[in-house]
Design a protein around this ligand. Structure first.
Ligand code: G6P
Length: 388
């Protein structure tokens, strides 16, 4: 193939280790040390961002999980209302579309059939509602201020051709079916997008913009540090080989990261995995906990840590095997019955989900390696789902 494996056994492994560079390439020319460059979203971006009042993100698979992380960021940090849904649901539920909405489609390939159809449907609605209004035939109000933006890793693709605005992730070609570096760069793109919107709409102060850009500049290094935990993760993966189920827990942005971790494990190791927001544990999944059900918790040092810790005690009390990814300054490790990877330090609200996800990628990869599955081409799956 054109893309060489080099020292790596699989493309997935290679792509996991390419992430620091993929982030550098995606940031290149889009930020300075202190500021985001709004114009990297196109010359009309400033005018569009000024007008929009809400975001609606549409994607599939791993790209959908990137959208879910962005929803937490959008509302918490930038105070912009945001909804996110999978394209196949959006298409067929006859959604109410509101004025001044920015529709964001996210896709590695730019060819996913449902995502493309959703984008075409939005454009058709915009078209027909404005012509109906012009003809004055119905009392459907005119739809105004609808714009579409696609975040995509392939410059010449169906989605980039359809969207009003395009932002390219510069992850480089992704060969492994299970998405890794594309996801990471989608999150970087979304952080840049939200910061740009927040800047234009003045929902964040300049000091916040400076903090975010500084954090993003440090991200390649944070990812590099996360990758250095590979050996510890290999040791943990060994305890997985005979398991049939796994439960991933997180709160806040770590909930979609838990979902992405569970998806990766399913995709490449064929172990049934589920993700739950940790607070929902007692509403069902706790009944499943025993020594055969490993629980993976993502526990950054944040406002929710104490709440998460009490969830973990509930798991421990039921004999569950706990694997915790935590901050170096956290103290869950002092407790027995937990396998702990002290993986991060100094991550912020934007960089944390991106950094913790790297650890989960490594975990799935090494579990799959032990199980001997076809890591780069898992059974029944395709890199790009171009038919419905
Ligand atoms: C397939 C791939 C996933 C990917 C999803 C969406 O299911 O196996 O890795 O996340 O499609 O693809 P897209 O190219 O739209 O991001």
């Amino acid at each position: 193939t054109a893309v060489e494996l080099g020292e790596h056994r699989h493309y997935m492994h290679k792509e996991i280790f390419e992430q620091p560079q993929a982030v550098i390439d995606t940031l290149e020319g889009r930020i300075t040390q202190e500021q985001v460059l709004v114009s990297s979203f196109g010359h009309q971006a400033e005018t569009v961002f000024q007008k929009i009042e809400r975001l609606h993100i549409i994607a599939c698979g791993t790209s959908y999980h990137a959208g879910m992380v962005a929803k937490y960021w959008a509302e918490d940090i930038f105070r912009i209302p945001c909804q996110v849904e999978v394209a196949s649901e959006f298409r067929y539920r006859n959604p109410v579309v509101e004025n001044n909405t920015l529709f964001i489609t996210i896709s590695q390939s730019g060819e996913t059939a449902d995502t493309l159809a959703a984008l075409q449907q939005i454009k058709a609605m915009r078209q027909s509602q404005s012509s109906e209004h012009a003809a004055n035939e119905t009392n459907v109000p005119e739809l105004s201020g609808i714009s579409t933006l696609t975040i995509c890793n392939v410059a010449e693709s169906s989605l980039t051709r359809e969207a009003d605005m395009v932002f390219l992730t510069h992850a480089g070609p992704e060969i492994g079916v299970a998405s890794t570096k594309a996801f990471t760069t989608q999150l970087v793109a979304l952080a840049l997008l939200l910061t740009s919107i927040g800047k234009v709409k003045r929902t964040i102060p300049e000091s916040r913009e400076n903090l975010i850009t500084n954090g993003l500049q440090k991200l390649p290094n944070l990812i590099q540090q996360a990758l250095m935990h590979e050996q510890e993760i290999i040791d943990i993966a060994e305890t997985f080989a005979d398991k049939q189920h796994a439960l991933f827990l997180g709160r806040g942005t770590m909930y979609p990261i838990a979902m992405e971790g569970a998806l990766k494990l399913k995709e490449i190791s064929y172990i049934h995995a589920e993700a739950y927001p940790a607070g929902e544990l007692k509403h069902g999944p706790l009944a499943l906990i025993d020594e055969n059900m490993p629980v993976i918790a993502i526990a950054p040092l944040d406002d929710l840590l104490e709440k998460l810790k009490s969830n973990l005690q509930e798991v421990k009390a039921r004999g569950g095997q706990m694997i915790v990814f935590e901050d170096e300054r956290s103290d869950i490790s002092s407790d027995s019955g937990f396998k702990v990877v002290k993986a991060t330090t100094n991550v912020g609200r934007i960089t944390a989900p991106i950094t913790y996800n790297i650890l989960l990628q490594l975990l799935s990869y090494h579990v799959a390696l032990i199980k001997g599955t076809d890591v780069d081409q898992p059974r029944n799956l395709a890199k790009s789902v171009t038919v419905e």
